[in-house]
Structure formats: C-alpha cells, structure tokens
Design a protein around this ligand. Structure first.
Ligand code: AMP
Ligand code: GLY
Length: 425
C-alpha cells in the first residue's frame, strides 16, 4: 500500500522513516519532504518527495494514486481543514478536523475549552485592546506570560520575568502586529514553574493510546536561556513522568479533553499533544495543546517505537484504538537539533553541510531544513537536522548523539550542549 505524509521537517523525516518500515507499505510519498526524505529512497526502498502543498491537489493526488492513508505532520494544513477536505472525498486521513484543530490554532479557544471542562491550566484573560492588556499586566505584575492567540510556529509566547518585557510583548503583538492576524488577540496567563513534559497520544474520537513520554528543550541556549524556539532537542522517555504522573495526566488532562471535545460536538481524532507543567509537588497543569506530533519529540519517540505505525494508525482511523497496544524500545533515545545561523529570528539558508554521520542501529539522523543544490546538501530552514542517539541511560544516549555530530559542519551552526540535563542532574 501507499502512504501520503504531509510536511517537510525533522518530524516528517522520522515519521516517513517509521512508516516505510511497515511490511504493508511499499511507498511513502512526502509532500514536500526535505533533503533527508529525498535520499532515504536507497535506505528504505520507497520514500519519495512530492512538490505539492494545495489541499485539493493533495486530495486529487491521494485519489489518483490510491493512497491507503494520509498522515499530517504540521499544524497549518490541519488548521486549514485538510482532514475535512479528505473526508469529504472519502479518503482515509489521520488528524483532527479544522474545528478540532482549534485546540492548537487558537489559544483562546483552548483556554476557554479547558476552563469549561475543568482541565487544569494557568489562570488567564484574553485581550484584543492593548490599553486593557497593559492595565491587566500592571494589576497582575511579573513574572507573567503573553501568548499570541493564533499559530506562530512556536514563537508567539513570551515568558516575561519583568513588567517591561511584558509590556513590550503586548506592544509587539497588539500594536505592531508582529504576528499579523495570529496576534490580533493575546492570552495573558499566570506564570507556572516546574518541569515540562510532552505527553502525546493517539485519539480516535473516543479512545486514547499513549505514545512514549518525552521532554523538549524550547529555549535556544544551554540551561534554558535565550528565546523560545520550536525545540532544540528532546529525549524519550521523560523520567519526570513517573507512572503516577502518567496516570494523572491521562485522568486529569487527556481523557477529559477527548470527552469534552466529543460532548461539545467536535470529536477529536489525530495525534494530541499536551504540553504539561509538572510542579515539584506533582500537580499537573496544561501549558498548551498541539494537534499533531511534536518536533523534535517525534524523532526520539519514533526511534523507540517497535510496533508497526501504519497498523496503529489504521486502528485509530477505524475508531478501534482500544483493541491494540504499542511496544517500545526500553532504551532512551536522545535527539540534538542543529540549527542554522540566526535561528530562530531570520535563519540564514544555503550554507553547505559537510561531515554528515550515517545511520546505524543506535544513531539516527533526521533531516529538517536541508535540501540538495547542485548535488550538495545545504541548509534550507531554521532547524537543519536532529541527530538521535539510543542507549541504556540518558547520559549514554547523550554521549552517543553528541559523538555523532562531532564532524558535522555548516557555517553558523548552533546547538545546545546540554540536551537531557534535567534527567541527568
Ligand atoms: P506554549 O506554546 O504555550 O507551550 O508555550 C511555549 C513555552 O513557553 C512552553 O513550553 C513553556 O516553556 C513556556 N510557557 C508557556 N506558558 C507558560 C506559563 N504559563 N508559565 C511558564 N512558562 C510557560
Ligand atoms: N517541540 C514543540 C512542538 O512541537 O510544539
């Protein structure tokens, strides 16, 4: 059978790699893919890049090629309604509808949803008027968190430690329109402290199947300093999610969300990613929902998944997730992101990449912003690749990943040197 995968990041390279391992699959089309999925053909026998992005064109392609199942990587096509378009055409696709994707595409929708259904999250208020927002900041004081309502590629959140920074964030979003329509409303919320974890599950409308836990590193610089990014590295499993926290996350966050969406008349299907803040006393609050897999969390998670992903997604699309389980590699997988010069602001592209490591059983390279130009591999986006090491401990997986990138070079390359430190300290 043939699979269509939408997207071009490291998440998609990891998903394509995993989907292509299924015995049932003879071709994975990736639209549009990247330098890694373009060359994966030789290794995996059947991944091919597809240069189309238009939803209706994608649906026509899926029909023409008799695609068995379409899997969506990033949030933008989901928020644009790709699942609605495919379903209207009778095509099998795994993801949430446009309305369900609002859990990610509107912070105001997701905060109001959580409040209505008693799902733990930070206290908040939504503003479209800058003057009111400034007054609220003065009333609440810092630290405080300002979030653009709409999609901003992981960059629409300012965690302000002081009021000056908070007022500047409101100015940037509401007055200077830095994020356009996505920032026309802002959510201002209570600052939470604790340790973060990414809790990602498959949802079929009513049943839930948890994937392995993971932890991202959102800040650009070591020791969680510098600006927020899409994610600079991740590992799985995340020891902060103890069996107790795992049970609580399902009971307090995931199940009420799936039930709440169904009772609101917007049943949720697809990957559901809850960003959790776990406080030292074990209480859980939901920082955000994403309606897709995480990037870079997918890379270590897929590196550990033993089960056939196509088989699992088929059960999800058929509403039968209660009938299966997933098997995981017991080792830790740890991925380090190599980012381009000037990421996350205005990443430079076109830098030649040399010294690429090769895939082995315990070292996997997932491309993101790469492409081939005149036979040379060059950077083409902010996050360039994610190199994953697998080993029995977090420290050993970390050593493996960093050893693998020793010879990689491109001008302006940035990466964190402490991925996994929370689990090692
Ligand atoms: P979000 O996109 O909402 O997950 O926010 C991005 C990042 O900002 C999160 O991963 C946290 O590191 C941080 N963050 C978001 N909301 C809060 C909050 N209420 N308190 C502290 N940090 C937060
Ligand atoms: N790594 C965070 C995200 O995918 O949203």
């Amino acid at each position: 059978m043939k699979i269509l995968l939408i997207g071009s990041g490291g998440r998609e390279h990891a998903l394509a790699w995993k989907l292509a391992q299924s015995d049932q699959v003879h071709k994975v089309y990736v639209a549009p893919g990247n330098g890694g999925t373009a060359t994966a053909k030789q290794q995996l026998g059947g991944i091919e890049n597809l240069p189309i992005t238009d939803l209706f064109e994608l649906a026509n392609f899926a029909k023409r090629e008799k695609i068995h199942l379409t899997v969506v990587g990033p949030e933008a096509p989901l928020a644009a309604g790709i699942v609605d378009v495919f379903r209207n055409e009778g095509l099998r696709i795994f993801g949430p509808t446009r309305l369900a994707a609002q859990l990610e595409s509107s912070k105001d929708f997701s905060k109001a949803f959580m409040k209505r259904h008693g799902i733990p999250t930070a206290d908040y208020k939504t503003f479209s008027n800058a003057q009111d927002a400034h007054a609220y900041l003065n009333e609440k004081g810092a630290p405080i968190v300002i979030k653009a309502d709409g999609l901003a590629a992981g960059k629409g959140v300012v965690v302000a430690m002081g009021l000056d920074e908070a007022h500047a964030a409101v100015e940037m979003m509401l007055s200077d329109n830095k994020f356009g329509g996505a920032g026309a409303r802002v959510v201002i919320e209570e600052f939470l402290s604790g340790e973060e974890a990414s809790f990602i599950v498959l949802v079929d409308g009513k049943n839930v199947l948890a994937l392995a836990t993971s932890q991202d590193h959102k800040r650009l610089l070591d020791a969680d300093q510098g600006p927020n990014t899409g994610g600079m590295g991740a590992y799985s499993p995340a020891p902060v999610v103890t069996p107790e926290i795992h049970a609580r996350a399902l009971r307090e966050v995931i199940i009420p969300t799936v039930k709440g969406m169904a009772s609101d008349g917007i049943p949720y299907t697809g990957f559901l990613y809850a960003g959790l803040m776990i406080s030292p006393n074990g209480t859980i609050k939901t920082l955000e929902f994403n309606c897709r897999m995480g990037d870079p969390e997918t890379q270590p998670i897929m590196a550990r998944l033993r089960s056939d992903l196509v088989y699992a997604l088929d059960f999800a699309v058929d509403g039968k997730l209660d009938e299966i389980n997933l098997e995981w590699d017991r080792r830790t997988a740890l991925g380090v992101v190599l980012a381009a010069f000037n990421y996350p602001d205005h990443p430079r592209t076109g830098d030649e990449i040399t010294g690429m490591p090769i895939d082995t059983e315990d070292q996997l390279i997932f491309h993101a912003g790469t492409q081939f130009q005149n036979g040379k591999l060059v950077t083409s986006g902010g996050r360039v690749m994610c190199v994953v090491g697998l080993a029995d401990t977090v420290r050993a997986a970390q050593q493996k990943a960093y050893a693998a990138i020793e010879n990689v070079h491109f001008d302006g390359m940035q990466f964190r040197k402490d991925i996994g430190y929370h689990a090692i300290k």
